[in-house]
Design a protein. Structure first.
Length: 338
């Protein structure tokens, strides 16, 4: 693979440091300090996930099942409306969200409706190519997509009016399917800068490197990562599973009101899956919520969802409880989409 080099860019407001593929990469041999907004650096994932990181989609399942067995699945709107929501304020409210690929104008999201309340865990499942990742990327403001209709309200604010960086600082965290490397930037520096940027935004005191280290070590224990990873450059040479753990470390360190986890279980061995799930569960509070995209019931055995949504062709077509995922695991999507 060609190397990934950090280059200063001004084309997008989301990231001044955008990893781009370049010919022979002069890999940095020493730690560099970034003279830019750390949350922008954090959001370089947005660009990199579309431009530099290859996304492999090879699994397409075909299963024959009986539609009559969908006892737990109902139309999403009715189940969402039936919830005991009296007096509760939605953390995230998505209404009739439509989005196209900015370049080709192809419509991918065709009217997504979803409401997440504080303290809830939502899982989005669906066949390959149904629009799950696009949905999560649109939530964080990925520049590859343009919203053409509908609304997204996060903590009472119109998310669509906010730059990706501001969405992140407002408490939206996204763990990408393919976390990118950031050569030349140590994990420790990266986390410290991003952490302090959020503190500044919240009007809270920043931590100096020594205070931050103590904070960080406690979080390392949560995700069961060795301290060695702090001095390594972000994701550089990390295995797939280590990258996923590192994403959860970022979440643990930065905190977020809503964590969007895109296939956090992919590529994890059984022990790593349990560690990651334990860490995510440990971060859940009555105020924090998780929206996770997954293909497999096994993750939901560890992180219990409040609701499961099935996405098909850019819409949520069913919402149900955990039995919906069990049904899918057993019988496949034909049980739902016919
Ligand atoms: N930037 C893009 N350029 C071209 N096509 C895109 C782009 N983003 C999404 N698509 C297309 O939109 C559709 C939905 O993709 P998306 O990644 O959201 O699906 P998904 O449900 O997450 O799939 P998977 O389960 O395989 O990860 C796919 O057909 C994909 O090829």
């Amino acid at each position: 693979m060609a190397g990934v080099n950090l280059q200063l860019r001004h084309a997008y407001s989301i990231a001044q440091f955008v990893p781009t593929v370049s010919s022979p990469p002069p890999l940095p041999t020493q730690r560099v300090r970034l003279g830019t907004s750390p949350s922008r650096v954090l959001l370089c994932n947005l660009r990199a996930n579309s431009a530099a990181a290859p996304i492999l989609r090879t699994t397409r399942r075909s299963v024959i099942v009986s539609a009559s067995s969908v006892s737990s699945a109902v139309d999403s709107d009715s189940l969402v409306e039936d919830r005991d929501d009296v007096g509760r304020i939605p953390l995230l409210e998505v209404r009739d969200l439509r989005a196209v690929i900015a370049e080709s104008r192809q419509e991918i999201l065709k009217g997504v409706n979803l409401v997440v309340y504080e303290g809830e865990v939502h899982a989005v499942m669906g066949k390959n190519g149904s629009g799950k990742s696009t949905f999560s990327k649109v939530l964080v403001g990925h520049p590859d997509y343009e919203v053409t209709g509908g609304s997204i309200v996060f903590k009472g604010q119109n998310l669509l009016d906010m730059e990706p960086e501001d969405r992140s600082l407002a408490g939206l965290f996204m763990s990408f399917q393919s976390p990118v490397e950031i050569p030349g930037v140590s994990n420790m520096d990266f986390l410290n800068m991003a952490f302090n940027a959020r503190k500044r935004k919240l009007g809270q005191p920043e931590l100096d490197p020594i205070q931050f280290y103590s904070h960080l070590v406690s979080k390392l224990e949560v995700v069961n990562m060795k301290t060695d990873f702090l001095n390594r450059n972000v994701n550089e040479g990390f295995s797939g599973g280590e990258r996923k753990r590192n994403e959860i470390l970022q979440l643990a360190v930065l905190g977020a009101e809503l964590a969007i986890l895109d296939e956090i279980d992919s590529g994890l061995d059984v022990d790593a899956l349990q560690d990651v799930a334990k860490a995510v569960n440990g971060l859940l509070t009555p105020k924090n919520s998780v929206l996770m995209i997954t293909h497999y019931q096994r993750l939901l055995d560890y992180i219990k969802p409040t609701l499961i949504h099935i996405m098909e062709n850019g819409r949520i077509i069913k919402t149900g409880d955990n039995s919906l995922a069990k049904l899918l695991e057993k019988e496949g999507y034909k049980a739902i989409s016919g």
